[in-house]
Design a protein around this ligand. Structure first.
Ligand code: NAP
Length: 277
């Protein structure tokens, strides 16, 4: 199978490259192809002629998107449509990723795959636009939603550390941290998601939407508690409300992604243990 992985130096993209190591992989990041350049990306996809395209490229600065709406819409919204159109023309299947932030976060019991998105931030809107644009141009797509990704940082120019790595870094210089004890969501371990992606594309799954976070959910405070417990770092954690850290973008209060279509994932605590040990 010839697979084109876009965003291959990102946190998820680099794990996808590893998971598909035994396949014929063409790996692109921003320097190979800027996905916002419609003609260029479509011509390049045509010349690669892949069987499968996996698009893990994205604009992921949730607060930045409030100021850079056009850029977020272009990378997260319209570019996935360019890729979907080219995938369809090339006869390739497509995997695209989206987020729990397409949901408003007002449903305590979580969100099934078939619930209609209703984003409350510019980032969420841009990712929802990407979902719509993908579906507009091809029927042969898997749309995989995830939340709170963690794992080794990507190696691209704009690579950012995950919450897990940021906590460990902060603990080197601080003996006390205020952490938001709100915003319940499910952490997703990048290597697990890459494996799940392979299971989906190689399994007997219908095209459509999947929720593929790890099992369970937590606030940021609970996530931090688990990180320091596993690392055996003695640090005082103060649970605080989100209002303690004013941020440009609104966050869903409760955005657990319910998985009703895939085998049950392992818990986020098990995945976190593997990552940190
Ligand atoms: N991270 C999370 O917590 C999270 C949560 C929910 C959903 N997701 C979704 O999961 C997927 C993977 O996210 P991730 O965290 O692995 O992303 P990431 O680490 O930020 O990597 C994204 C990659 O895309 C590249 N890229 C950005 N703009 C591009 C462009 N115009 N043309 C070509 N490449 C471009 C980036 O290159 P540069 O480094 O040069 O910018 C980077 O290598 C995305 O769809 C994301 O929206 C992530």
């Amino acid at each position: 199978m010839k697979i084109l992985i876009i965003g291959s130096k990102g946190m998820l993209g680099q794990e996808l490259v590893k998971v598909f190591h035994d396949q014929e992989v063409v790996a692109w990041d921003r320097e190979d192809c800027d996905i916002t350049q419609k003609e260029d990306v479509q011509n390049k996809i045509k010349s690669v002629a892949p069987d499968l395209i996996i698009n893990a490229a994205a604009y992921n600065d949730v607060d930045g998107a409030e100021k850079e709406k056009d850029l977020a819409d272009m990378i997260n919204g319209y570019a996935p449509g360019y890729i979907a159109e080219a995938a369809d023309e090339a006869g390739a299947r497509l995997v695209h990723y989206s987020t729990d932030y397409v949901f408003p976060g007002d449903v305590q019991q979580g969100y099934r795959e078939d619930i209609m998105p209703d984003p409350i931030s510019a980032y969420g809107l841009s990712k929802y636009l990407g979902e719509l644009e993908t579906a507009k141009f091809t029927k042969r797509y898997f749309l995989i939603r995830l939340s709170r990704l963690f794992g080794p940082a990507g190696t691209g120019a704009g690579a950012k550390k995950s919450f897990v790595d940021k906590m460990i870094e902060l603990a080197q210089t601080r003996d006390e941290l205020d952490i938001i004890n709100e915003e319940v969501s499910s952490p997703t371990y990048a290597p697990d998601l890459a494996k799940t992606t392979r299971q989906i594309v190689e399994g007997d799954y219908d095209f459509g939407i999947y929720h593929a976070a790890n099992k369970g959910a937590c606030t940021w405070y609970e996530f931090a508690q688990a990180i320091f417990k596993i690392k055996e770092i003695d640090i005082k954690l103060n649970p605080v409300p989100g209002s303690k850290f004013p941020r440009a973008a609104k966050r869903p209060a409760y955005s657990v992604l319910l998985n009703t279509k895939l085998p049950e994932a392992r818990t986020w605590q098990e995945a976190l243990w593997e990552y940190l040990k």
